[in-house]
Structures are given as C-alpha cells and as structure tokens.
Design a binder for this molecule. Sequence first.
Ligand code: GLA
Length: 680
Amino acid sequence: MVITATGERLPQVVYWGERLPLGEDLVTLHNAYAIDVTGGMLDENPNLSLSPEASRTFPGQPGLIVRSQDGTPLLPKFCFESVENGKDLTIRYRDEENGLTLTFEFITDAETHIIRSKTVLNTDNPVHLHWLAAPVVPAPQASDEMIDFTGRWCGEFQTNRTAWSPGIRYRENRTGRTGHEHFPGLIIPCSGATNTLGEAYAFHYGWSGGHRMVAEELPDGRRQIQWGHAARMEHDAATEFSTAPLYMTYSNEGMNGCALSFQRHVRDRIVTWPKPDRPRPVHYNCWEAVYFDHKLDVLCDIADRAAKLGAERFVLDDGWFGNRDDDTRALSDWEVDPRKYPDGLTPLIDHVKSLGMSFGIWFEPEMINPDSNIHRAHPDWALGAEDQLLGRQQKAINMALPEVRDFIYDRMSSILANHDIDYIKWDHNRVLPMPDAAQTRGSYRLIDRLREQFPNVEIESCASGGGRIDFGILERTQRVWLSDSNDALERLNIQHNAALFLPLSITGSHVGPRRCHTSGRIFDISFRAWVAAQRHMGFEMDPRELDDYETRVLTEVTSWWKHNRDWMEDADILRLDSHDPAVIAEQQMPRSGDRFVVFAGKAATSAQIAPRPLRLTGLNPHAMYEVNLANRLTASHLSRGMPALKDGPITVSGAYLMRYGVTLPWSFPDTMWVLEGKRL
Ligand code: GLA
C-alpha cells in the first residue's frame, strides 16, 4: 500500500495490491497517479483521500460528517500535523479552525497479509458525530462487480453480486446488531477471478453494532470504499470518536487468498484461546432435544448417550433459570430454577463430568422479558421506549448503564464461580430498538470483565444463529453459532460462504435431528455427520432417536474428526471451483501442504449424467499425491461402474489434480464424498 500526500493536504492511497519492487520510486508513483482534466471538470481533481472532504469539492460521499454541539454543520479542512512511521503507521491531521484532530492508524501483518486500520477523531469541544469513515481506500478499476452479504434466520451468508456503475452501493445496518442480514464483509474480485484464480480485494469491519458500507463510483470513474459504524449511532456529543478496526487484504490467488488471510488472522491474531493446545472438543447441545423441558434424569440419559457417541462438552441451553418454561418470560432472572433443579445444577454437572465431558451453559445477558422479576423491579433498565415493538417477547437491557452491567455481572459470575463451567453460549435474540453504539460498547465491557475474572471460560457468540458474527465479537469469543439451521444441505451452503472469512476452529456445526426442526427435511446420518465434520463438530439432536445404523455412522465420523482435528484446526479452507453447480466442494489443507481433505457435497441432482472432474487447488504441481476416498463404502447401488477411486487409492501428480481433477463416483443428491490426500 502506497500512501502519499500533496503539501499539507490529506493523504491518499495511490496504490495497493501486489507487492511492488523495492526500487519503485514513490514520488513517481504519486505523480503518475494524477488523472487528467478536460472540459466540464474542475481545474484539478479533488483527492480521494483517507477522509474525503466536502470542503475540497469532493464529488462523492465525505469521510466525516460532524456538527457542533448547537447543531451547526462543520466543514472540516485538515492540514498535516505528524506522521509516525515505524512498524505501524500513524498519520495525524488537524483542522485548527474547528478544533478537530483526525488520526489514521495502519497496522500490517506480514504473515497473514491483513492490514488493520482505523480512524480516530479528537475534538477541542464536544461535537455530534453523524459519520466517521475508517481510512478510505480506492477500489480496483479492473473489476466488474462486488460481492457483499445478506441473509436471514436459518439462511446466513448469502452472497450478492452487484455490478459497478456510477453511483453508490450503500449498505447500512440500523439494527444495532451485526445481524443475519448484514455480515460486514465485501469482496471485490478483479475481472475473471474465481475462488482459485485471479486477483481480489476484500474487507471486513470488526464491529457488532451495525455498520455502513459505501462502495461508490465517482463521475470521473474513480471508486472509493468507506466503512464505519452506522450513521448517527452516537447519541451524545463527545470529544473522542473512533471507528472499529477495518480489516483489508489483497490476493493474486483468487478469492481463496483473501479467505485464508482472514481465516488465519481470525484464528491466530484475533481470537484468544484459554488453552491454545487443547483440541476443540466435540460438542453436545441439548436445545433441539428438550427445548425448555428440562428433567434431570432425561438430561443425564442424553449425556450418557452423547458421551458414547464421542461428545466431550455438554452444553445446557435455554430453560434452566427463573421460571423459563417458554420464550415469553424470565430473561434477566439468572438464577437456577428450583422447580427443575431442586438441588441446583451440581448433580447434572457432576454427572456430565463423570462421563469425561466439560459443561457449558446458555445465557442471553443483554435481554430482559417484561414478564420477569428484574423488569418488574427495574422497568427503567430496559432499552428503548415503553411502547416499542418486542422481539421474541423481549427487550434489550440498557448496557450503557453501569448498574445494569454490574447486576448482570454479579448474576453471571455467581453461576460461574459456584459451578464447574468452562463454556458460555452467549445469545442475543433480537435487534435493538434503535442503533446505539453505547449498547455495543457496554456489551463488550461486560464480556471483557467476565473474561478477566474467568479466563478459562470459552464463549460462543450466538444471535438466533449467526446474527452476531464479526471480528469485534471474535476478539472476545472463541466460537460462533453459524446458524440455527441444522439442515445439512443449508449448512453446506452457509458454511461454504462463511469460509470466505471464518476458519474451522471457530465455526460451530452440529448434527441435527433426523427430520430437521427448521426445514422439515430428512437427511441420511452420513450426510448430516460429514457436513458437521467440516467445521467444529457437535451434535444437537435427541440421541434417543438414533437407530443402530445412525449410531454406528455418527460414532465413526466423529472418531474420524477427532483423528484429524489436530491438523484440520490449523488448516486453510480453500473453496474449490466446481464446474458442476450441484457440487459444493472445499479442500482443507495445512500450510505445510503435506496432506489435505476434500469435502465434495452434492447439493442437488446434476444436469449432466456423469460427475464432472473436480479440480483441486494449492498443490505442488511437481509432487505426487496419494488420493483416497474415505467413505467409498457409502457409494449408492446406482453407481454401477468402477471409476478408479471407487476401487482404491490413486497416485497422481499435483499438476494432474489441479489441471484435470478427480473423477468421483456417481452419487445421490444430499450426499458427501470425502477425499483424503497425502503428498508422497
Ligand atoms: C436462539 C439460539 C438457539 C437457542 C435458543 C434458545 O434461538 O439461536 O440456538 O439457544 O435461542 O432460546
């Protein structure tokens, strides 16, 4: 990334992407960046700076919109103040007349290839902030489209492709929560880029309170990318504001290059692991087995069966506290329900521990039901107006209030301190009544305080599934509940797209009930188990429904996962360019490249009758690989021929695997081929 400036004016990014030779002359690059002027234009082109200024006739969205305390719009005009250029880069500019200081920070990570940047505004007098962009960068001209994300409950990480055209692609999330609808990510593939080939640029905004993204093509053809908190989410005038970190990366190895930068950065830099060497334990979560109907003997029976299948952590979901018999009541009454647990949680926890599993528990700390003791005692603790619309019969509790945070902290820490608990599933099941940055900061503070007190407790971020997934929450948590959909076919899609940003080690994936509770579909256990084995594996069905065949398959796949997790947890997930749209495939490979596993999920019936060869990626073209179908025994009776892989392993070169591909046996829809490879 090359950042240059003219005189006192705000600097601009004049180049970013593939590394340039060290001998490149930056002054020449600065001069070469200038675009020409012709009729109908100003006599000079306003800079597309790190914070484009309206006061300099910038023809697009400005990087800062701010008012004085009495509401007068300020028109900032910044001049150079200082630069600190060591390993990291800090650039400071000052607007003397309005008393504003703008600081841009850049931290580069040579190993993960991520640039982390942010903008900070300091002011002499309190001001009202409307909009503050993280350092603004140009988007490539060699690109036809951009990819961003939308979704819904049980349908997270859907991609949108939008063609570039003059004007703005504008995403603004005003829900106060990262949301299923607004994962804050953007990929800009250069023309022709695929998962495995070509150039791509990518962004992520690390904030859980709702963001704004502007991808704008100016009348002169230049393109700018802006990210920040959703506009006007700071309610009070103040003298300091900061954006969240903006994460950026570039790849010349297809979109996978960006994906693996993000995956590695999340896993190795952002998430802090209480016990880094401990393998991710296989989860059992009881939600879809018992819902609110907690009975000690049933839960113990379920725990016995889960442990036999291979589970290593038992997570007690919603329903253990207050009088929580359904989702209409008791949120914020964080005390064990004596009707369901007359002797407290200890008998269940002891039983779970005796089976060699650790114990986790569900909380939804930022929420309150009007029908709860705490709401009756402190109606003023609820966030938002009294006549607000409820969501799942609940309100958010005002996390900006220190007394509220203290109260929740006390209740949660008393549960954690008095029980052997090493895991919290931390839920957030409704949007806020209005965007409010103070709420998100309050949530972060509470989590940080609990983590300080209980450093060995891991946290899973859940919000009706994947409603709060971003690098801000991942600074404080170790797992995301990607979706409430345990429908293996839906999961296959969701986790494939999520891999553009998220590594295996933090992405929860559970084997659901035979008939999926959120889609009504029925899938064979083999498909359900292999889809969960692609990520951090767990079970979430009532194990009492499993027949002998299902028990055998699930036990086998779980044991396969445990056998492989050591290397898979550190592996990159590479999305394959499948030339059959019915096949969703990925290759997981450690940095050493000495082995891999390919999961080829058949998401529909193919248009053509025979499987098309599936090209692999990232291999050494000159090396030989032994490739073997791990689950060849599951071939359907309608696969009548003998493709080589059905018979046994084959040994071929990396060049062949990448340029021609593997020819898999014919298969039914809703099945998965699992291909193991090792470099010889
Ligand atoms: C949310 C979560 C579920 C479950 C329920 C409990 O919907 O996404 O996994 O924990 O809450 O009420």
